[in-house]
Design a protein around this ligand. Sequence first.
Ligand SMILES: C[S@@+](CC[C@H](N)C(=O)[O-])C[C@H]1O[C@@H](n2cnc3c(N)ncnc32)[C@H](O)[C@@H]1O
Length: 255
Amino acid sequence: MGTPTRGTTNPNRLRRVDNWIAYRCAEPLRAAAVPLVIDLGYGATPVTTMELRARLAAAVRPDVQVVGLEIDPARVAAAEPAADPPGLRFARGGFELAGLRPVVVRALNVLRQYDESAVVDAWRTMTDNLAPGGLLIEGTCDELGRIGCWVLLDGIGPQSLTLAARLATLDTPGTLAERLPKALIHHNVPGTRIHALLRALDDGWRAAAPYATFGPRQRWVRAVGAVREAGWPVLDRPGRWRHGELTVAWAAVAP
Ligand SMILES: C[S@@+](CC[C@H](N)C(=O)[O-])C[C@H]1O[C@@H](n2cnc3c(N)ncnc32)[C@H](O)[C@@H]1O
């Protein structure tokens, strides 16, 4: 495998979502005859695609096959030296997924460049091309990967929203609003469900301030517990909360 140009992309930028993918998508990946994963729109350097392959190979199955797809041919050519087939390949492709049938698609920081009106069609084009039982993870994060939010979709449609933060540097969960997925970011105004969820999380975080003595993880776990007690359909088991995650059913926040 060649040495890629790392450019200015932070290799850890997508660590949070990758950690969640390794947990949430492990079952279909392990069951698949061909454990194919697509990283759609990997950007100026292939470094986050390489990180995804390394994480899934270590945590889920060593024979995972990750394909980075880019709409920009210059970016495909630039990534080529990093290819390590069959585990890591790069090709030109868009939402139709280049005719491949992946078990998992990660599309991070791609739809944020589009109009909100393009989201549903893009989601549908990608999910129509998944393998049976396949999953799409679509979302947004900040440059350093400190905060990120993503939607999980299957062949039926959106299933959940995950909010995730690096707790050591988190001021208040309200900052997650800056990186909501395209489908939600313009709806975060008083009176909407996403706004109410972020407010519930902020309230829980504030109320849990005394637990900060035991570290931000304890405080976050208490805050998520408060969100669940307030009636929000929190999906992931409490063991995930300590990673700085909150996952709720999509129906609870859908605009
Ligand atoms: C901001 S970069 C994101 C890079 C990387 N995913 C990350 O999160 O660090 C967005 C990339 O998506 C690519 N892109 C935009 N629309 C696309 C599409 N329909 N299919 C594939 N790639 C696309 C762009 O060329 C660009 O390289």
